[in-house]
Design a protein around this ligand. Sequence first.
Ligand code: CMP
Length: 244
Amino acid sequence: MMPNASRQVVLDEVKLERYRAILASTAIFRGCSAAAIDDLAHRLQVRTRPAETIIVAQDEPGDSMFVIAAGRVKVALFGENGRELTLSELKPGDFFGEMSLLDNRPRSANVVAIDDATLLVLTREAFVAHLKGHPQTAINLLSEMTRRLRRADETIANLALHDVESRLVRTLERLAKEDGEQTDGGLLLRKRPTQQDLANMVGSCRETISRTFTSMIKRGLLVPRGRALVLTRALLDRRAAVPA
Ligand code: CMP
């Protein structure tokens, strides 16, 4: 039988190989050499968080960033009366926590585990040292932060310029494009989020979303199909006629 110390070495190597694979498949580390990925893999820590727990709390100090190895998380702002605005949903391979790490200011938002999550944690020291030696990572990071700023601009415009029905349609259309398919009846969203989740995404409350849904179903603009939902051609044509 293998002695304990040798078994531990093998286990550590299996884990390291897994971390390397996750880091190598992460968009910000695209283009990094195997040596650079190996160096990062040796510097990270692994943390697990159960579903529905807060991983990063808004306004708290932070000096580490996270790469998601497993599970989904959401970036959210909490308002008074228990209201929540979901800014983004992140999946394995995505990262968060880079803002406090880069500007030394408190966390800009809450990050909450949707599923049980496994996270690879990099300290400021490790990430900044890596950035200094790898300009491609800095470019990848800027590119992703730019994409997030564009999305945030869209969210601001949505909240300021559109009513709840229009915001709901835009959100459903975006979700259906990410996880759906074109059918004869229209665009099929495979897994409709709960009305509370939709309310959080569009900056409204569950009751208003419920009323809006009922009205749109009655008008034949949305057709529920079990957990799925069809955004009809009539709805999409009407939406296409409205400027973004
Ligand atoms: P940080 O401010 O350190 O902690 C909260 C994290 O949420 C933040 O870093 C980003 O990684 C992430 N975050 C904040 N705002 C957005 C946004 N609008 N879209 C996506 N992610 C965000």
